[in-house]
Design a protein around this ligand. Structure first.
Ligand code: X8Z
Ligand code: ZN
Length: 601
């Protein structure tokens, strides 16, 4: 009797009682989606307020909620681990559990004080960037003494004045990040500590693991893609260097050296469209200058955004909700600091779409408006999904949508809008047009590839704080063929002068997007029945292409990106042959031009 009683009271074997079931996992995921949505709405609300009004208060407020989100995710990711081995998980449940690990770019340590430190540093660094201004020395001429922000300093480079004026603007902006160095090093340590707790060796590995393939394979993918496009970049670099050397002299721009980084019309030399007049292949062709016409036709910010929206609606998408027009920030406020770096939002994860920009009326921002609306149309098409699936198929997809549409902003389209006077007719016109496009699209590729190489190396410890700046310039030289225009030391922190470093936005997405957008364009052109070379295709107004795009957007992140790519293109690999095909005429022309030059650096 006693024995029987004892047996009955004995607990069941531990493993059997504890083992979670597929149903438990499903319930867990449902609850996480519910809780996370509430937290993310609060976080996005605080972020929106902070980004449109940078003060100590809004920064502290955003950091406090960020900390809550980090605590929740840290705890939840660890809880989720116990479901990974459960047999018979529904595919959506399994995928959600997997995605959860990548829901934050910088996981925080479970130690509360360290988590608070990480949240505070994150908010502070982005604030430092947003508030960044360069004030000239007291003995500087009046126009250089006053404090200038990124927009004003960038305008100097965009205009392309003297070597010295551009150098002053470049060096000036690169002073704003010097004080970020110590905080950045601390952030790296804290994030790595949090990352280890969720099972990755460092934060760079976590970032690389988020692409539905092993992290090591993803790194190889980025190299494979880069090697596909590198020859075209090298040809462009060679030709552009030759033209810069003619303008500034071979002493300042030697023909066998990396190019000084301040002469490409852009603060980071990431896109070179502003130096088009300097490198225009053929003079006397119809003008491609859209900026002048936008100003002449009295475009304002709203009209520019309306033009962007009309591209999407032409393909069968819905108009943007009324709240978009009430809540977005189009113009830089004059009375306060804001984060001017363009972004797109769904603040309540329920079609509460917005963009936040400090729009300039020029061609660059016409393109950026389409880019941002691409994000908003992604949001619009997937906001009914559980919040963990409210993401791009991978982050490169999200960045590629608006850009893919801009590949259909053809001369014919611009002429119809009265933004150019005549459509280029012959081969010379085509080469001019391709040069203009390549300065944006091809020039960007090595920049897109190198930024996270730097961060991967920093997170892995390969590059310690004492080598931050030196390694930055090694990579700038290796990938882009650029050099710092003046001596740099480890008192400088040049990576911090690029938004995505202090804002901790992973950057490989933009490299992938530059390649994917041509792949998407090729697929949508095919769907539209386009015949002829890829560079002549426009999908403006095409409902078949629109339907294809919509179907992919609506998938969000609910399936591996390979499935989303397949639905769109019939291909399962990211592939640079579309961008190469697109630029075939320019590629041949560049080779001819560079015949007698010594390319490389
Ligand atoms: O950051 C952006 C967008 C917001 S997602 C404006 N881009 C990268 C950059 O500015 O560095 C778009 C192109 C690359
Ligand atoms: Zn973007």
């Amino acid at each position: 009797m006693l024995l029987a009683l004892l047996l009955a009271a004995a607990p069941a074997p531990a493993a059997a009682a504890m083992a979670p079931t597929a149903a438990d996992a499903k319930a867990f995921v449902a609850k996480v989606n519910e809780d996370l949505k509430k937290l993310w709405v609060r976080q996005a609300t605080a972020e929106w307020i902070k980004s449109t009004y940078i003060t100590d208060d809004t920064e502290r407020n955003a950091a406090a909620i960020d900390e809550e989100v980090m605590a929740f995710l840290g705890k939840t990711v660890k809880e989720a681990a116990k479901f990974r081995a459960v047999k018979g998980l529904e595919p959506d449940v399994e995928r959600s559990i997997n995605l959860l690990r990548f829901a934050q770019a910088l996981p925080a340590p479970s130690d509360a004080a360290k988590r608070e430190a990480l949240a505070t540093i994150k908010a502070k660094l982005e604030g430092m960037y947003g508030k960044g201004k360069y004030c000239g020395k007291d003995d500087a001429p009046a126009d250089k003494k006053k404090c200038r922000d990124l927009q004003q300093l960038s305008a100097v480079l965009a205009k392309g004045g003297s070597y010295e004026d551009q150098l002053e603007a470049w060096a000036g902006w690169h002073t704003i990040s010097r004080d970020m160095r110590t905080d950045y090093a601390r952030l790296v340590d804290l994030a790595n500590e949090g990352t280890k707790e969720v099972g990755f060796s460092n934060t760079g590995e976590l970032w690389r693991a988020a692409y539905d393939m092993p992290a090591a394979d993803f790194e190889k993918e980025t190299d494979r893609l880069w090697n596909q496009v590198k020859p075209l970049y090298d040809d462009l670099h060679c030709y552009v260097r030759g033209q810069l050397s003619k303008k500034y002299g071979a002493q300042k721009v030697p023909l066998d050296q990396p190019i000084p980084a301040h002469l490409l019309g852009n603060m980071w030399a990431q896109e070179w469209g502003n130096i088009y007049p300097l490198v225009e292949p053929y003079k006397g062709q119809p003008s491609l200058d859209v900026t002048a016409s936008l100003k002449k036709l009295k475009y304002d910010e709203k009209k520019l955004v309306k033009l962007g929206e009309s591209f999407f609606t032409s393909m069968g998408m819905d108009p943007l909700p009324a709240s978009f027009w009430e809540r977005s920030q189009f113009k830089k406020p004059q009375d306060r600091d804001v984060v001017c770096h363009a972004s797109a939002w769904d603040v309540t994860f329920a079609n509460d779409l917005r963009i936040k920009m400090c729009i300039k009326i020029d061609e660059e921002d016409l393109i950026t408006v389409h880019h941002e609306l691409g994000h908003d149309y992604y949001f619009m098409n997937y906001y009914t999904l559980p919040v963990l699936f409210q993401q791009g198929a991978n982050d490169g997809f999200h960045e590629a949508i608006g850009d893919a549409l801009t590949l259909s902003i053809t001369p014919e389209y611009l002429k119809k809008l009265g933004l150019i006077a005549a459509v280029p007719k012959d081969d010379k016109g085509l080469i001019n047009l391709q040069m203009k496009d390549a300065l944006e699209k091809i020039a960007f590729l090595p920049f897109g590839r190198m930024i996270d190489q730097w961060r991967w190396d920093v997170f892995s410890g390969k590059t310690p704080p004492a080598e931050y700046n030196q390694h930055w310039w090694e990579l700038r030289a290796k990938y882009q063929g650029l050099r710092a225009p003046i001596a740099r030391t480890e008192a400088d922190f040049d990576p911090g002068a690029k938004y995505h470093i202090p804002a901790n936005v992973p950057y490989m997405r933009y490299f992938l997007a530059r390649i994917l957008q041509f792949q998407f364009h090729r697929a949508m052109c095919k769907a539209s029945g386009h015949q002829g070379p890829l560079y002549t295709c426009s999908i403006y107004g095409n409902k078949e292409a629109g339907a294809k795009l919509k179907a992919m957007l609506a998938m969000g992140a609910s399936k591996p990106w390979q499935d989303a790519l397949f639905a769109m293109t019939g291909e399962r690999e990211m592939d640079a042959t579309a961008i190469i095909e697109y630029f075939a005429p320019l590629s041949g022309w560049l080779k001819e031009q560079n015949r007698n030059l010594r390319c490389g650096w």
